[in-house]
Write a protein that binds this ligand. Sequence first.
Ligand code: HEM
Length: 462
Amino acid sequence: MATVDIPEPPAYPIIGHAALIDPSYPLGSIQGFADKYGEIFRMRFPGSNNVVVTTQALVNEVCDEKRFKKVVAGPLNHIRRGVHDGLFTAHDGEEPWGIAHRVLMPAFGPLKIRNMFDEMHDLASQLTLKWARVGPDTHVEVSDDFTRLTLDTIALCSMGYRFNSFYSEDMHPFVQAMADFLTECGEIDRRPLPGMFYRAKDQKLMQDIEIMRSTAEAIVMARKNGTKSESHNDLLTAMLDGVDPKTGKKMTDQSIMDNLITFLIAGHETTSGMLSYSFYQMLTHPETFTKAQQEVDAVCGKGPITVDHLNKLPYINGVLRETLRLTSTIGIFAVTPIEDTVVGNKYFVKKDQPMLTLVSKLHQDASVYGDDAMEFHPERMMDENFNRLNKEFPNCWKPFGNGKRSCIGRPFAWQEALLIMAMLLQNFNFVMKPGYTLSHKQNLTVKPNGFTMRPILRDGLT
Ligand code: HEM
């Protein structure tokens, strides 16, 4: 088969395209290349060389798990220094991934997640109370408060630990260490100077890893040494007690710690970003806000929200899916060919070549989503339309990654997000700061930058 070269933007010697990337929002720069170079292009950084694919046709091809597998590339490679072969950062085929995956899949199943509702509700109420107390004249920092909420929720549900982020001015040392660790991991590949210029930063990275691991170790040991009569309905219990049905093995303490930290890393900013963008979209589309609020009023009324209400919110489901389509909080996931291959019938790609699926561009593919692909329409993501789109254009919506390496926490994130959307819409109206223009900030995930709103209680708190 005749093949053609994969296009590549002009690059600098040694640093490749690193100087062309906006460090505060790398995804935006890569999207800019996609606008210019189209369905596929190559990008080089001092530590990596990547092929980027941007259309449904090509993404659908690289989602074929018979030909492609996940590769741990870019920031994930560095995050691996802290959490080793935990679920998110394991290389394909590593045994601890298989054991952890099989032990944890049931723990993330619908019934188990349902059982976490009370903990989720407790923390969602803390946020609601805070916003009621600050009053209608205060602009709340939306992403910051959603990050407090999602971090506290995943910590409580995964290991019964309360960071109490709504009750303390200073962040818990674990939280600060994790935030700094993630920021640094995002920057390492784009360092323009040789490694010796970054000794202080590397040292700080190791200190942050130490803080995270010693906190996780203390929590695991406290649980192991606790009395048997204490019962915890959380992921830590599932990991300590679970036996892999395939190998008969249990997870090691190391693997349990790797995965506890992984859940905190993978499970807070992602959901916080989704919620923040959802509110941005609703406030810039008042008709959407009204419809979503009417749905909550009709389904939940003025009483307490229960887990059964959450299955009855089809429009809010559409809002969340459409938000993730236009602003995916993880804008890229990486795969690699298992053998030398040709994609799109014309581009040769070598075995082990990292390939980045640019989810944000995939989600704007006009051949799937039409001429209004850039517009926000939750209706197109409600069940019937969503299922039809995914059948007609497989792999056209990929905010949760692909196949066996897709997000294990999706049901958790969805339940949490539906609950907080319902609770906030039930209790408040919101006013966005006049003149706010959307911009983004990025480390491992993307979030709106500087987005604030005023929460105005509708009646009393429910
Ligand atoms: C994997 C997105 C919430 C835990 C992934 C991947 C994506 C993703 C794109 C695949 C990454 C890759 O291929 O490299 C999201 C989004 C979320 C979310 C958009 C929220 C809206 C969560 C939550 C948790 C979680 C709440 C934990 C409770 C994980 C884990 C993996 C993963 C452990 C690795 C799975 C594996 O490879 O076995 N997520 N995630 N995520 N996510 Fe999520």
